[in-house]
Design a protein. Structure first.
Length: 323
């Protein structure tokens, strides 16, 4: 029997996984072609495609779905599916999978790293040494310590809870907000209380950490009012999605001192980062690397591949997205 045709939109650094994918499927690697040629590459094979392999930041829109008449399954090598048109897939009963769980620890580690880096001004301190300011005796102001401070988590799923578990041993209080309270008796519920609104969460927090999915209800949820509530000593940390933040409002709040600092791994229009965010001294910026470790990218890729294989073997999907 011939191998199913798969449209592959993104490479994975997990070479062993890509080798398995190549061996088991007839792969059409869109990402290997320059953007100007990708449409004709897709046109040439669209009528045969039974599966799509993509990642969260690239997604899959309704127009592309409509071009693939035999599409049966979409495997997303990411946990976030905000750029996948789930309604268009549901309308055709096309299955979707993602990679929950396997990236939780690394993403939570990055949130901790960003929080510490912003709080202790790591980039500025590094630059201070390299510039020779230390040897020149340039004066430094002390940073604030973490103990007794409050971290607010906007979004308290797997990743939010893993972040809270890292902050509590540092002597920090944790509070969360999401529309639905987590189940009483679950691991996080005994140590992290729930605020009644995002605004209340921001007002109570020294650090506001974003770990919520991007969807209509969270789009630009972090606006000027929330940033002002977080305050002049407050720090915003985003390891979720850029769409949660009104970036123009963030730049304004950082520039005029209504917000203390921001540490960001994700942006509204990746890979484009607004110039003012790069120019401000009170930002720490990383290029969407929450899950970018050897181990996690391997686990994500393997789970994505295992879902694809399960589909074509007629077995239950391991991690289906509910449509
Ligand atoms: C990216 C992520 O998908 O899983 C997610 O939702 O945002 C990341 O893991 C990763 O950059 C893959 O390209």
């Amino acid at each position: 029997m011939s191998k199913p045709d798969v449209l592959v939109f993104a490479n994975s650094p997990a070479h062993a996984v890509m080798a398995q994918l190549e061996a088991q499927f007839n792969c059409h690697h869109v990402w290997q072609h320059p953007p100007a040629q990708q449409n004709s590459v897709i046109d040439a094979v669209a009528a045969r495609i039974r599966a799509v392999w993509t990642v969260g930041p690239i997604g899959l829109d309704a127009g592309m779905i409509a071009r693939l008449p035999l599409l049966e399954v979409v495997v997303v090598n990411s946990v976030g599916v905000d750029r996948i048109d789930l309604a268009a897939l549901a309308a055709r009963s096309i299955a979707v999978t993602n990679t929950p769980g396997v990236l939780t620890d690394d993403v939570a580690d990055l949130a901790l790293l960003l929080l510490l880096a912003a709080q202790r001004r790591l980039p500025a301190m590094d630059a201070y040494v390299r510039r020779g300011d230390w040897a020149d005796g340039v004066r430094l102001q002390p940073a604030h310590g973490l103990r007794g401070k409050t971290a607010g988590l906007f979004g308290f799923g797997r990743i939010g809870q893993a972040i809270a578990a890292r902050l509590q041993p540092l002597g920090m209080q944790t509070v969360y907000y999401q529309p639905r309270a987590i189940e009483a008796g679950s691991a996080g519920s005994s140590t992290t209380t729930r605020a009644d609104s995002l605004l209340e969460l921001a007002a109570r927090s020294d650090y506001l950490i974003l770990a919520a999915p991007a969807k209509a209800a969270t789009l630009h949820a972090i606006d000027a009012e929330v940033l002002t509530a977080l305050g002049p000593q407050g720090v915003l940390i985003n390891i979720a999605r850029g769409a949660l933040v009104d970036e123009a409002a963030l730049v304004a709040a950082l520039a005029d001192g209504r917000l203390g600092a921001a540490a960001l791994d994700v942006f509204e229009d990746e890979p484009h980062v607004p110039g003012p965010l790069c120019a401000l001294p009170n930002t720490v910026l990383t290029p969407h690397i929450g899950s970018l470790t050897v181990e996690t990218r391997h686990a994500m890729g393997q789970l994505t591949l295992d879902n694809l294989c399960a589909h074509f073997a007629g077995q239950p999907l391991l991690t289906p997205v509910q449509l």
